[in-house]
Write a protein that binds this ligand. Sequence first.
Ligand SMILES: C[S@@+](CC[C@H](N)C(=O)[O-])C[C@H]1O[C@@H](n2cnc3c(N)ncnc32)[C@H](O)[C@@H]1O
Length: 385
Amino acid sequence: MALLEVENAVRERYSQGAQERVADLCCPVDYDPRYLKLIPEEVLERDYGCGDPSRYLREGETVLDLGSGTGKICFIAAQVVGAAGRVIGVDMTGEMLEVARRNAPVLAERLGYANVEFRRGRIQDLALDFDLLDEELARQPVTSAEGLLRAASLADELRRTRPMIPDGSVDVVVSNCVLNLVDGREKERLFQEIHRVLRSGGRAVISDIVSDESVPLALQQDPGLWSGCISGALTESGFLAAFEAAGFYGIRILERQQEPWRTVEGIEFRSLSVEAFKGKEGICLERRQAVIYKGPFREVLDDDGHRMRRGERHAVCDKTFRLYQKEPYRSSFELVEPLEEVPLEAAQPFDCSRTALRHPKETKGQDYDVTTEAAGSCCAPGNCC
Ligand SMILES: C[S@@+](CC[C@H](N)C(=O)[O-])C[C@H]1O[C@@H](n2cnc3c(N)ncnc32)[C@H](O)[C@@H]1O
């Protein structure tokens, strides 16, 4: 199938789904009922999700929802992030956007603040705002081959000068049952776009339909199965690998539906929610820090290739040390600072390509020979020792 054929089949099906509830589009989800009370009924009834990424959001965050449909996840997110946060929904189907945009002021009125907006575009091309492009094309309609080339260059200029979602502008990218609808030939670009729009330290929380075996070509070429979240599903491991290939780290499965949502020709399709972080890029500097992996596994391998043996003091660069202070690593490591801090300006390059141990003398200083009394109350009368 041609790229546009796939996209048109998806758009047509969801255009219909925006106007009336279509029962077999994706699986039922239990959302937090506290957040549903304020959301208009027509939004709730046209729910085509398969998970609930909004559960993992925090107050004050800027959130981007890919394939926002009639806006349900955006409207839940608006309440979780509060008046200090912001939510942007992107969808390519005009009819879906129409319902979402019509209901945004209704929710704002009920909440007492307005922090949600919707934009029209394709999630594999988050720089191009279709509404802006339409405005330009209305001024300069395409009526010839030259006009088509001019339109392509206009689109490039819009991406550069007025991007729909600028680089590094978002704290969290969420999506609910949409990534599978993007053709396999554009999936790599899609994951790169998610990475591009996130700020360093930001994260993606994505719920989607995945399969336990690769989807055979015959199923991939069925337009009905495309829009029904089957044909374009990645395998479970392929889904995680796609985040890895785009440069994410700390990737983990948050939820995996136990029973399959559908089984087609023996292949099981189920919902998976995954979290992945951006921000492992940057230079590696030596500041004599060490980390100790706490277990329970004998050893682990991180996304930069550091192999950490349980209980050992591993030498790490400043960047890795800082990453391990945060989610998702925080609870798995003890962090050991040097006794004397190495100022950032004085730090030398650190070779992150090898796994090295850090002797305690390196942390404390070679001349360290202090002897002390027992510290704190640990050995006070009645306590241990
Ligand atoms: C299965 S529905 C999910 C809607 C919503 N996330 C929810 O939880 O109800 C898929 C949505 O993604 C949109 N969509 C599919 N492919 C898209 C693409 N490439 N770019 C933008 N939107 C897309 C469809 O228009 C539709 O609204």
